[in-house]
Design a protein around this ligand. Structure first.
Ligand SMILES: Cc1ncc(COP(=O)(O)O)c(C=O)c1O
Length: 415
């Protein structure tokens, strides 16, 4: 597969639009949220908020849909809702070209559009990849804390999660490459077949540096690992940090990397059920193609329209969202409840809050009952998360202030 790279930092189209984008979407566009409207929503995030609780757990943003997406959906509803024509995706399907153009525009990386395949979501794409590329009993290396479904999915299909924790250091969350190597070696030759990487990382918000990614790439090559790289949070990388797609590290790495992404996070489209996998290894791609429509289901036309519109016409809106989230991640630091520890994320809208100093067995129910703020329990992310909660700050400034004030009052009662 031909992989060419443009020089670092060259991203012509972003430069053109960059100057106007933030002012086109001022913070007020995203701060105008009414709690009664949120409480009427029937999605998982707000439907689970009962009895005056503010919901901050599921990784959905509270902001309204990008106008370009709404317009595309309305156009499609007025048109053809018959069977789609993408039963054969060997040319990359309707999102291949869109995905490839986006990778070039935003990250300066040229990828082969014919390697793109569609799935309803990232879990499904990961599951399909593991099913065709590994055998029962094989180990899958991944970092913890890990987003809850991943370990579950790996176990449910009879593979073994081989978890290595990220560690809090002076400079942030880091992983130890030697520990990863030892974990792989401990499995015996050929038993660990996959590195599942989440970058930017949920829940710590780390954007891994080039040297970190290169150490993982070397491990993958040395130990002959397939790399499944979940980059769904990449579009929400904050200024001062740079997302480097794993596939761009070298041609050799591109040949062993499956990149997963969707519009679920940056464009708040988790309900439309459409994700893509850029499947570098030919054998994996062919194995997926043999089974695809029959075994892994098919994405719907509305999901494809939504993602196409987001990725082709949503960048200005996204710049506005990113600016508000950048403000909000700082606001969490400024109003951090007493006793909690927080490292500002380098990407995405999740604050991984260390509550160990409060001395609670599980901080989530404490904040739910005492602060009426529903957070994601850190223990769902693995044993390393037991003292943590994950707060979602993709909401209005006013609602975030209210959540932090409630949590602050509850935390003070522990002292
Ligand atoms: C790292 C990561 N991957 C995947 C997902 C789910 O994405 P999708 O809805 O497209 O499957 C999430 C959702 O929070 C996530 O944080």
């Amino acid at each position: 597969m031909a992989i060419a790279r443009v020089p670092q930092g060259v991203n012509p189209r972003r430069r053109e639009t960059g100057a106007v984008s933030v002012s086109a979407w001022p913070a007020s566009s995203f701060d105008n949220l009414a709690l009664p409207d949120l409480l009427r929503r029937d999605g998982e995030k707000w439907a689970t908020a009962q009895g005056g609780v503010l919901s901050s757990w599921v990784a959905d943003m509270d902001f309204p849909t990008a106008p370009a997406v709404g317009e595309a959906l309305r156009r499609r509803i007025g048109g053809d809702l018959g069977y789609p024509a993408w039963f054969d995706e060997s040319d990359g399907g309707p999102l291949g070209e869109v995905f490839a153009a986006r990778m070039l525009r935003r990250f300066g990386v040229e990828v082969d559009e014919t390697c793109v395949r569609m799935f309803t979501d990232i879990n499904q794409a990961m599951l399909a990849t593991l099913q065709v590329a590994t055998r029962p009993g094989d180990a899958v290396l991944l970092h913890t804390p890990a987003c809850p479904p991943f370990v579950d999915v790996i176990e449910k299909i009879g593979r073994r999660p081989l978890t290595v924790p990220l560690q809090a250091t002076e400079t942030g969350w880091e992983f130890d490459p030697d520990r990863m190597e030892r974990a792989v070696t401990s499995q015996g030759p050929g038993r660990c077949r996959v590195l599942f990487l989440v970058n930017p990382h949920n829940p710590t918000g780390r954007v891994f540096r080039r040297d970190e990614l290169e150490s993982l790439a070397e491990l993958a090559i040395r130990r002959d690992l397939l790399v499944v790289s979940d980059e769904v949070h990449a579009d929400l990388t904050y200024p001062g940090h740079r997302h480097i797609p794993f596939v761009s590290l070298s041609d050799e790495i591109a040949e062993r990397t499956v990149t997963l992404t969707s519009g679920s996070k940056a464009f708040n489209l988790s309900g439309v059920r459409c994700a893509v996998a850029h499947v570098g290894p030919k054998a994996v791609r062919e194995a997926i193609d043999e089974r695809h429509g029959l075994m892994f289901g098919q994405v719907g036309v509305l999901g494809v329209e939504a993602l196409k519109a987001a990725w082709t016409a949503g960048d200005e809106w996204l710049d506005g969202v990113t600016a508000v989230l950048d403000r909000n991640r700082r606001r969490v630091a400024e109003q951090l409840p007493e006793g909690l520890r927080y490292r500002m994320p380098e990407a995405t809208f999740l604050a991984w809050l260390d509550c160990a100093r409060l001395g609670l067995t599980d901080p989530m129910p404490y904040f739910r009952d005492e602060a009426k703020v529903l957070l994601f329990s850190g223990s769902a992310f693995g044993a390393v998360g037991k003292d943590f909660v994950r707060l979602n700050f993709a909401t209005s400034g006013a609602l975030l202030d209210e959540m932090l004030a409630r949590m602050g009052a509850a935390a003070r009662r522990r002292h």
